[in-house]
Write a protein that binds this ligand. Sequence first.
Ligand code: A2P
Length: 323
Amino acid sequence: MKSYSFPQGEMPAVGLGTWKMEDGAATPAVTKAIELGYRYFDCAPIYMNEPEIGEAFGPVFGPAFAGGHDRADFWITSKLWCNRHRPDLVEGALKQTLSDLKLDYLDLFMIHWPVVFRHDVHRPESGQDFISLEDQPLVDTWAAMEDCVTAGLCRNLGVCNFSIANMQQILDSCKIKPSANQVECHPFLNQRVLIDFCKANDIHLIAYSPLGSGDRPERMRAEADPNLFEDELLKDLASQNNVTVGELLLAWAVCRGTVAIPKSTNPTRLAQNLAAGQLQLSETDMAAIESLETQYRFVHGKFWEHPGGPYTADAIWGEEGKL
Ligand code: A2P
């Protein structure tokens, strides 16, 4: 499996996304994934399944590697939820995640969104539930995350859903650089400008929803949503390469130098997705996929827009995020 170098460690090019693994699905899926050879797991407290994932990790990384695996061979990431940006809350949030996942450290700890809630708000319902970035600057949250690296609780730091402007703010004042930006990315949202900025700054781009997240929640759905699996060009290229559309999407992500974290709880698709990271596509096919006309953001960010609140999706995605 292709991998990418970080200041501390190597990140495999394909990992398992755990968003939307609900109601008892995460423990068996993660257990199966480890058995199939997955070594990268992407987690977050807001996915509400870190304790279940910990049930899968516990026996594997137990005392004296009782499960037969060395923690150092794995790459495990999690994130800081929006109600824990206040610097004095950051370390406690990370420690809760580590306790839930039954781990001593994370390989990568990321800010989940450039959006802040009041600390007693889990999911905001009104504009008053938010705190603006002027009142709670990202750079102060970042400094508290840097302290978590010094304390040995995490090895690398990153961000998610960050625009170039938000990344630049961190780059301008940080002691530890962000090593990754995790954003929605697939042929309908190829993120070319963001990828170029990341490359120039030695930041890896992690593609979430690389399959278009067909199981995304209702608040992220609209009637006219396009579907990657129904796109004629993608279907043709998949059949010409003798692979499924899912495999084509993941091969494309890895061949263009991004990291992909497809979610699956289905053993056959879990195996297929991991193996897709080894496929090689021709330059012509890569270019054809890169230039698809349809551009669309499924995780649109409009759910952070509330009357009287400080956030708009347009401001979150920045100039380069306009479709
Ligand atoms: P399932 O969990 O039943 O496999 P994303 O990673 O973009 O969020 O997409 C996740 C969705 O894609 C889930 O509904 C998942 O269903 C489905 N999925 C995962 N792998 C594949 C694949 N190889 N082909 C088609 N659908 C897939």
